[in-house]
Design a protein around this ligand. Structure first.
Ligand SMILES: Cc1cc2nc3c(=O)[nH]c(=O)nc-3n(C[C@H](O)[C@H](O)[C@H](O)COP(=O)(O)OP(=O)(O)OC[C@H]3O[C@@H](n4cnc5c(N)ncnc54)[C@H](O)[C@@H]3O)c2cc1C
Length: 414
């Protein structure tokens, strides 16, 4: 592994830094932390985020890996990582475009026809239209192919009925990617079709879900006789699972190991709070626990570097990159719990005025369990590692080769 930039990478980093210096301010202590679940996205924040995305697009710094013909820059994945590293040092509005740019865009570029790419990609790239992902249902999450929302052909349209859930950002999005069952007589994975849906269509009802920390990042979305023109179907009828796999591969890559754990902040906290009249950092048990977090954080970072090295050499990172999210998110959650313990009684409140670090650790403690579920739960990631990295036998599949309507199950959700 070589951690140094090549001369080309160093030149690209310098160019990125110089543009960022001219257009944004460096982060400083006390700036708001990343809003990973989009829960603080008020209309004003959405506007600020859109303005920043437009500025990046105008400056040639949006969607860097996308082909030049669709407004991207056609750079290598490692150059994109360099840009992300540099941008993260600046105080910019929350990134509410992760689903659109990280998942919907790459899926449309792979499976869309020319007309669809021209219709949706430019407004997505400039942030003027925001996108959400309508995949999960009350009885289909990890087992996504078990979904039950339906699409029935009616002339040039499809009529969609059903319910989606956990739809991040649906309340401020104009477009969504949607997988539904178009043929209940086909086997589970074969009867699905993939659409793009206008979230303002008649019959779409969005109900926010309140999270444990009081935020509202995701929603239930109900479809009642929603008409979707056939021109908004991506790829062939019945090929929805293949298209969804493209989205999910991009989802895993974009969620990656980002857990928000900042080791330096934990050290600062341990210096600033006291145990028995001395800074907590001088307590041997505290130091031992911090050392444990440090070794795990370093292990995750080094594993991440393997992915970066693979990217730098033009290779595609393998399923072992699941380790980053699996270990990193758990480590971040444990660190947040420990930080709250260090704060003593103040650790029990969410009030930013009453807690050291303005309630940042409490916010993380309540938010990180979501990261351990979204984009593949811990158990699903373990399954991936056991089957695809360690080569263990796959899970048994009792529903294989049976028409979906004949799979024994409970009553449908609606
Ligand atoms: C913050 C957040 C944002 C999200 N945003 C979106 C979004 O924008 N769009 C969207 O479509 N979805 C979204 N989701 C939903 C997410 O994709 C699902 O929650 C996830 O796939 C898990 O599905 P589930 O919640 O139905 O749990 P289930 O799949 O029902 O799992 C329940 C439990 O069973 C375990 N389990 C399930 N299957 C297996 C197995 N085969 N082996 C071992 N254990 C298993 C799971 O690990 C889990 O512990 C979001 C979720 C979160 C938390």
């Amino acid at each position: 592994m070589d951690f140094n930039d090549t001369p080309e990478e160093a030149a690209f980093r310098a160019e990125a830094r110089s543009w960022l210096d001219a257009n944004a301010d460096l982060k400083k202590a006390g700036d708001a932390a990343a809003d990973v679940l989009g829960e603080r996205a008020t209309p004003e924040i959405v506007k600020q985020a859109q303005a920043w995305q437009k500025k990046k697009a105008d400056g040639g710094w949006a969607c860097l890996t996308w082909p030049k013909e669709y407004g991207g820059r056609g750079v290598t994945p490692i150059q994109n990582v360099i840009w992300n590293q540099e941008e993260s040092r600046y105080n910019t509005p929350p990134n509410i475009f992760g689903i659109g740019l990280g998942m919907c865009g790459p899926t449309i570029l792979t499976h869309g026809n020319e007309e669809q790419k021209k219709r949706w990609i430019p407004e997505m790239m400039t942030g003027q239209k925001i996108w959400c992902q309508l995949f999960s249902e009350p009885s289909a999450g990890s087992d996504l192919a078990g979904l039950r929302s339906t699409a029935v052909r009616d002339g040039d349209d499809w009529i969609v009925n059903g319910q989606k859930i956990w739809t991040t950002g649906a309340h401020f999005c104009e477009w969504g990617i949607l997988v539904v069952r178009s043929d209940p007589n086909a086997a589970k994975h074969a009867g699905l079709t993939y659409f793009v849906v206008d979230m303002n269509s008649p019959g779409v009802e969005i109900r926010p879900i309140t999270q444990i920390n009081g935020g509202q990042g995701f929603n239930e979305v109900f479809f009642t006789d929603v008409r979707i023109p056939d021109s908004q179907r991506l790829d062939a009828v019945g090929n929805g699972w293949q298209v969804a796999l493209t989205t999910l591969m991009n989802e895993r890559a974009s969620i990656g190991g980002g857990s928000g754990a900042d080791f330096g902040e934990l050290i600062n906290l341990a210096k600033s709070v006291e145990i028995n009249g001395r800074p907590a950092l001088e307590d041997s048990a505290v130091r031992q626990q911090i050392a444990r977090f440090y070794t795990r954080s370093k292990g995750v970072a080094m594993t991440g570097n393997r992915t970066l090295s693979a990217l730098s050499q033009g290779k595609t990172p393998g399923p072992e990159s699941s380790l980053g999210k699996l270990v990193g998110a758990k480590n971040a959650q444990d660190m947040a719990a420990f930080a709250m313990e260090l704060q003593g009684a103040a650790g029990m409140t969410l009030d930013p005025n009453e807690t050291p670090a303005q309630g940042e650790w409490q916010g993380r403690y309540l938010g990180i369990p979501g990261l351990r579920i979204a984009g593949g739960t811990d158990e699903i990631l373990r399954n991936i590692i056991s089957e695809r990295v360690l080569g263990l036998p796959p899970e048994s599949r009792a529903d294989k080769g049976i028409a979906f309507k004949d799979i024994p199950t409970g009553p449908p959700s609606r």
